[in-house]
Design a protein. Structure first.
Length: 184
């Protein structure tokens, strides 16, 4: 269902963007460009939001199903949804918090690297690695926080702390798993 929604949004976005090819760049004003590009940007944002929510909720359902499968207890998707639904808002808030922190780190580090790179003639690339290390460590420790939230039925901040406890001593294994998932 999410794939179909995404496909329809992409088709509509392409339609609006194809209108840009009919605009003469020499005579176009901001209103013409906004009329074509504005809806495309809004549709793209709506598509990203739908994808984000669906991915978070699907991950939650899969987490619950897999936790029961490990224990040898069969569970239907409906049963899993019944367990996820009461925690849905906390799961979405947790995922949003992690995403905002990661994007803020990306933007902050990127801006710092550009500024320092310009001021120090290239040392910005070295600083990129240095400043990225804390963000990568934090994301690794928080990687299993959605599972902690769902399976232990905790709050958002407690899930972040619990994820840190659970990955303590297994940092490299968790980092490797997260890296492999990112590559895939």
């Amino acid at each position: 269902a999410v794939g179909i929604v995404g496909y329809v949004i992409q088709l509509a976005t392409i339609g609006y963007l194809s209108d840009l090819s009919t605009i003469d760049p020499g005579t176009a004003d901001g209103g013409e460009l906004a009329a074509s590009a504005g809806p495309a940007v809004i549709l793209t944002l709506v598509g990203a939001l739908v994808q984000f929510i669906a991915t978070v909720l699907l991950t939650g359902v899969i987490t619950v199903v897999m936790s029961q499968a490990v224990l040898g207890r069969p569970m239907t998707a409906g049963d899993a949804w019944q367990r996820v639904r009461p925690q849905m808002w906390r799961l979405l808030m947790l995922s949003l918090l992690i995403t905002v922190v990661f994007v803020a780190a990306l933007v902050g580090v990127g801006a710092l690297v550009v500024v320092l790179g310009l001021l120090t003639a290239g040392i910005g690339l070295v600083l990129l690695l240095v400043f990225w290390i804390p963000a990568v460590v934090l994301m690794t420790y928080w990687a299993i926080s959605p599972a902690a939230l769902l399976l232990e039925r905790t709050g958002v901040m407690r899930a972040l702390g619990r994820a840190r406890q659970l990955t303590n001593g297994a940092f490299w294994r968790t980092f490797g798993t997260v890296l492999l998932m990112a590559i895939v």
